[in-house]
Write a protein that binds this ligand. Structure first.
Ligand SMILES: Cc1cc2nc3c(=O)[nH]c(=O)nc-3n(C[C@H](O)[C@H](O)[C@H](O)COP(=O)(O)O)c2cc1C
Ligand SMILES: Nc1ncnc2c1ncn2[C@@H]1O[C@H](COP(=O)(O)OP(=O)(O)OP(=O)(O)O)[C@@H](O)[C@H]1O
Ligand SMILES: [Mg+2]
Length: 498
């Protein structure tokens, strides 16, 4: 069996391990379910192409128990194959799917309905107990799945079999290249993950600037975390979304909100003063973001989880500082995982970066610092960062231990496209000072707030007897000026600008 032979001959021990465990899952499925009640969900994408050949290898090994004498009979696996075809698929994907199905003698059922309705119809027509799917950790729909995962509540009942769930982007390409497997031509044109013609473009990270508009092949993408960078982001008015803070909106964004969570018992004990909250408020304000909430929480998983859970759904981004590292009190990542309902799992890429930085000073069998929230984590790289920063959905985790380090990390985040931290339209602010008593100006300011609802109007005192400072803040200069002039003219000469 050519696939098995190629992997066994390879010197890549990691690939052999991944292959063995995936083929084991395939064999288990063949042992557990009647062959005619298993289907293979194939769409011509790289992951399903990998899966096709793992299924062929697993089927061969299942049938022959490795006995080469039978080799020709079981080279191909006549497994029921389903393809959900849509008019928005790339023509290259369509033709590759049909060609491949014919090359390997797969009995194809083309379904022209959405996934759920199509699967309902499929199960009604033919008993189907299990479906092989090429889902991998990191795919948006992989969160919470295992290699054998029953379909979700509300979906028709079948077992989702995910043999390559734990494969990385690099594993996929090692396998395809080592076994010299034919894959869809779009991957040689810079596409790294393929959705519909409306939401997929070549991955900008593969753009070959020396050669006009051409792109390097998908296997050249060094950071697999960015394989979906060519997929359009699903927009969500209230959150950063699964792919991060939307970076295409640019300057026209009027309102973006953030919250800051600082994790530190020492701050709550009064031993250390928090400087991160104030510094981040200033930085966010400078790029036109509104900070809605700053919290200091103790080094407890539940406290972090509760705070993250609250902020992540109300703000576009959450910045978390502190509680990172190998100590018992470093619970920030566990808290974030809990807030998102996922577990902590070893992240091989982060582990590699850690081992380059700290050598082999590992704790136990695995580096506990490389346990990251599974399926929701992206690494933010920058040449000035000793380690990539961690981003879990819309939560950005800063590793700074002081304000200087925070400055450096902040500049890297702003400079990193993948962070998606866009500069929004900056605020205009005006400050007026008066020695009038509060009670006198209160009704006027109240009316002003109604008339200028897009301008924030607040006031603070530096001392009980000193002047009152009125702050006017907004994104539209004319409106802020208008509110200021109106206030000044209401109290002729009693307000002066500071
Ligand atoms: C065979 C098959 C089974 C699926 N089963 C489920 C399921 O049980 N629950 C679910 O939420 N989505 C299910 N989906 C939908 C996927 O989670 C996901 O939305 C789909 O693969 C599109 O992925 P994309 O958004 O990355 O393009 C299934 C899809 C396929 C093809
Ligand atoms: N239109 C479809 N028809 C059949 N199966 C599909 C379809 N879309 C997705 N799937 C199943 O879901 C899996 C995950 O889809 P996904 O788009 O992440 O991977 P892929 O298409 O194989 O590769 P890529 O990430 O490069 O697009 C596929 O491997 C396949 O098993
Ligand atoms: Mg795809």
């Amino acid at each position: 069996m050519e696939i098995d032979t190629a992997v066994r001959a390879s010197s890549d021990s990691r690939l052999r391990t991944k292959y063995d465990s995936a083929v084991y899952v395939v064999q288990r499925a063949f042992a557990l379910y009647p062959f005619e009640e298993i289907a293979f969900s194939f769409n011509g994408g790289k992951d399903s192409t990998v899966l096709l050949h793992l299924i062929r290898a697993g089927y061969y090994l299942h049938k022959t128990s490795g006995d080469e004498a039978h080799n020709d009979t079981f080279q191909n696996c006549p497994l029921r194959t389903i393809y959900f075809e849509t008019p928005c698929a790339f023509p290259e994907i369509n033709s590759f799917t049909y060609e491949t199905v014919s090359t390997y003698g797969l009995p194809l059922e083309t379904i022209r309905l959405d996934f759920k309705s199509g699967l309902e119809g499929l199960l009604k027509n033919k008993p189907t107990k299990a479906i092989f799917i090429g889902t991998r950790i990191g795919d948006p729909n992989a969160v919470g799945q295992e290699q054998f995962s029953p379909s979700s509540p509300g979906w028709p009942p079948f077992m989702r079999v995910n043999p390559i769930l734990d494969w990385s982007y690099r594993d996929v390409w090692s396998f395809l290249l080592t076994c010299k497997i034919k894959y869809c031509s779009l991957y040689d044109e810079g596409y790294t993950s393929i959705g519909s013609i409306y939401d997929t473009v070549p991955n900008a990270l593969l753009c070959d600037s020396s050669n006009g508009k051409s792109f390097r092949p998908a296997y050249m993408l060094s950071d697999g975390r960015l394989e979906r960078a060519g997929r359009a982001k699903k927009t969500n008015s209230n959150s950063v979304g699964s792919n991060g803070i939307n970076s295409t909106e640019g300057e026209q964004i009027i309102s973006r909100s953030a919250s800051v969570i600082v994790v530190g018992d020492e701050i709550l004990f009064g031993t250390v003063e928090d400087k991160f909250g104030a510094a981040l408020c200033k930085k966010l304000h400078e790029i036109g973001w509104r900070v809605c909430h700053v919290a200091v929480v103790p080094n407890e998983t539940d406290s972090v989880a509760e705070e993250v859970e609250r902020c992540r759904s109300t703000d576009d981004a959450v910045f978390l500082v502190g509680g990172l590292g190998p100590l018992h009190s470093d619970v920030s990542l566990a808290g974030i995982a809990k807030a998102f309902g996922v577990r902590l799992a070893p992240d091989e890429e982060f582990e590699e970066h850690l081992s380059q930085l700290i050598g082999n000073s590992y704790i136990g069998d695995r580096n506990v610092m490389a346990l990251l929230p599974e399926g929701i984590t992206e690494l933010l790289h920058h040449k000035k960062l000793p380690l990539p920063l961690i981003k879990c959905k819309n939560v950005i985790i800063l590793a700074a231990t002081n304000v200087d380090e925070l400055d450096m990390e902040w500049n890297c985040i702003l400079d990193t496209h993948e962070s998606g931290l866009v500069r929004a339209k900056t605020f205009v602010s005006k400050h007026l000072s008066t020695s009038l008593p509060d009670v006198k100006i209160a009704p006027v300011i109240e009316k002003l707030c109604l008339e200028f609802s897009d301008v924030y109007i607040g006031a603070h005192r530096i001392s009980r007897t000193g002047p009152l400072v009125v702050n006017l803040l907004g994104k539209d200069n004319q409106r802020v000026e208008g509110a200021m002039e109106k206030l000044k003219s209401s109290f002729d000469g009693q307000f002066s600008q500071v």
